[in-house]
Design a protein around this ligand. Structure first.
Ligand SMILES: Cc1cc2nc3c(=O)[nH]c(=O)nc-3n(C[C@H](O)[C@H](O)[C@H](O)COP(=O)(O)OP(=O)(O)OC[C@H]3O[C@@H](n4cnc5c(N)ncnc54)[C@H](O)[C@@H]3O)c2cc1C
Length: 400
């Protein structure tokens, strides 16, 4: 089946990036279609979805997508010590990722965008004045769409734009597995109000574990690890079970199991465009590997691209040359630094030496930092607070 209509923009992927872009473009009057193989955006909610409060406010996220708020940190170190830091007011939120996508889709649709669920964009081809995209539907049916611009917002899969050339922008990859747990309120209470992380090679070699609060009685328990082809790595589900045991969460009922990959280049030098195809969000490495988070960065990439794409639709395609540099500026130099730090920190957590280095960092934080400082470190990447002299060491330019 083919359609005669020519869309201004077809977006592959109804994640935070694709839907936020669709909403902005549709609001400005563009004819936009978003396609995603998911038939229900509340399903396959793979993301832990922890964010700083500033991002919740910046993107105007409503209470219905916020599962819990947090105002503190609890860090379980390699030496089994538990350290915590609390602020008086909330510092961030844990979103219900499924509800976030659902709400973003409603916003986009209300502005006139078409969200076509159950459809995967399989391939594309440039053509005069734009692109053709071939889609496959839930029952195997085929559809061909014509558009002036096509956007790859398929996340780390990069289904259309493809993986970057390794010499230009090698991808660092992290894999995560997470369970949604249900438990009595009395057990839940000790994890409420805070983001808890389990750090050290005895918890999760070359990665970290976490417990995040959701609605009362529910928690997210997860592990994430950077992939290291030079070493054998234990299966993630085994590490997750270990975490569950050590944290005495075995009695909890498992409501959902999910997981996924985070893959970003550190240099972010990959092409953001191939002719009429533009990459967005995780598809162009906006996810940050330090805290394994990327929702706000993916949405920021939409905020950068939307006005440029509108200019292109209005007959000024050269505006799109500004996309990659503007996005780089928006993410900032700290983004790149944090990626390097992430690689160094997580990959180094494989033995006693890595644990000792982390232990020293935790001791320093315990001595000097407030809860707000930890948020500034992990979400604003403000490493210099811990002394610029420490940076070369943190980045691995000097050994301990
Ligand atoms: C285990 C885990 C935990 C995480 N925790 C956090 C966290 O705490 N905080 C945070 O901010 N971020 C977190 N992230 C990262 C965050 O989820 C991503 O950075 C964010 O979702 C990226 O948004 P996106 O729109 O670019 O891509 P995605 O959210 O990945 O959306 C891509 C969409 O494209 C669709 N798609 C795929 N192929 C096709 C195709 N061929 N055609 C059409 N559609 C297609 C997919 O179904 C999907 O809906 C986590 C990620 C993982 C894996």
């Amino acid at each position: 089946m083919s359609e005669a209509r020519i869309w201004d923009v077809v977006i592959a992927g109804a994640g935070p990036a694709g839907l936020h872009l669709a909403r902005q473009l549709a609001e400005a009057g563009a004819a936009v279609l978003v396609a995603d193989p998911l038939t229900d955006l509340r399903q396959a909610a793979f993301s832990s979805a922890a964010l700083p409060l500033q991002a919740v406010e910046q993107f105007g996220l409503p209470p219905q997508v916020v599962a819990a708020r947090w105002r503190g940190w609890q860090l379980h170190g390699p030496d089994e010590r538990v350290r915590d830091w609390f602020a008086d007011a909330p510092l961030g939120a844990v979103l219900d990722f499924g509800s976030l996508r659902q709400w973003l889709a409603q916003q986009a649709t209300a502005q006139g965008a078409v969200v076509q669920l159950g459809w995967r964009v399989q391939r594309w081809q440039a053509q005069a004045g734009g692109a053709s995209a071939w889609l496959r539907g839930p029952g195997g049916e085929q559809q061909q769409l014509q558009c002036r611009w096509l956007v790859d917002a398929t996340g780390q899969q990069r289904a259309l734009i493809g993986d970057p050339d390794l010499r230009r922008a090698a991808l660092v990859s992290g894999a995560g597995v997470e369970w949604l747990l249900q438990m009595p309120l009395a057990c839940w209470q000790r994890w409420a109000d805070r983001l808890s992380f389990m750090l050290g090679s005895q918890w999760v070699p070359q990665g970290y574990g976490w417990v995040f609060p959701m609605a009362p009685g529910q928690l997210k328990l997860g592990v994430c690890r950077l992939s290291d082809p030079s070493r054998p790595q234990p299966p993630l589900h085994q590490l997750l079970r270990g975490l569950q045991q050590r944290l005495q969460l075995e009695q909890a009922q498992v409501l959902d199991r999910h997981g996924g990959l985070i893959r970003s280049s550190i240099s972010r030098r990959e092409p953001h465009r191939r002719g009429a195809l533009l990459g967005l969000g995780d598809a162009v490495s906006t996810a940050n590997l330090l805290g394994g988070e990327g929702i706000r960065h993916a949405m920021a990439s939409s905020a950068v691209l939307a006005p440029l794409l509108l200019q292109a639709l209005a007959g000024q395609p050269a505006a799109l040359h500004r996309y990659a540099p503007r996005l780089r500026r928006r993410l900032g130099w700290r983004w790149g630094l944090s990626g390097r730090l992430a690689r160094r920190t997580w990959l180094g957590l494989k033995d006693q030496r890595g644990d000792q280095r982390l232990e020293r960092l935790l001791q320093g934080l315990e001595r000097d930092a407030q809860a707000e400082d930890l948020a500034a470190l992990l979400f604003d990447y403000r490493f210099e607070r811990y002394g610029l002299r420490a940076l070369p060491y943190l980045l691995g330019w000097h050994s301990a």
